[in-house]
Design a protein around this ligand. Sequence first.
Ligand SMILES: Cc1cc2nc3c(=O)[nH]c(=O)nc-3n(C[C@H](O)[C@H](O)[C@H](O)COP(=O)(O)O)c2cc1C
Length: 154
Amino acid sequence: MKKINTKNFKKTLSKFTTGVTVICVRKNQDIYGKTVNSFNSLSLNPPLVLFSLGNYSSSIKIYLESKYLTINILSKKQIKISNHFAKKDPKPIKIDFLSGKNNTSSISDCVANLECKVIDKIKKGDHIIFICKVLNVRHDDKLKPLSYYNSKYC
Ligand SMILES: Cc1cc2nc3c(=O)[nH]c(=O)nc-3n(C[C@H](O)[C@H](O)[C@H](O)COP(=O)(O)O)c2cc1C
C-alpha cells in the first residue's frame, strides 16, 4: 500500500460504485439542488438515511437552514440533471418538480424520491453529515438507476 495523500485518497474512493442523487431544498419559492453520491441508508427502524456536504459549498448555509428536504435518486436518463446540479450557481433549466408535504419539491421521473426531515447535523473534517428521518417515499420499478464509478457515469 502507498501512504495516503489527497490524490490517491480521491482515486481510491472513486473505485466504489455509487448511485447518484440530487438533494433538493426550498427557500421561499426557490428550489435548490445539489448532486450528491454520499447518500446511504442508516437505520430501518426508525427509517433514517444520511449524506454529507462539503462545508466549503457555496450553498451550504441554505442546506444548514433547511428542516425538510428531498433525496432524488436519479435514473440513467437524468445525466443532464446530475451535471446541472453539480454546477456552482446553476442557471435555471426546465425540470419538472412534484410538490410534497412540508413545502418540499421532488424531481419527477426519478428511480426513487425520499421526503425527509433533517434530525441531526454532524461536522467531521471538511464535511457535514446530515442525518434525516424519512417521512414519505416513492419509487419506480421500471427505471434503471444512474451509477457513478471512477469519476464517470456508468
Ligand atoms: C456524481 C457526483 C457526486 C457528488 N457528491 C457530492 C457529495 O456527496 N457531497 C458534496 O458536498 N458534493 C458532492 N458533489 C459535488 C457537488 O455536486 C457540487 O459540485 C459542489 O458542491 C460544488 O458546488 P457548490 O460550491 O455550489 O456546492 C458531487 C458531484 C458529482 C458530479
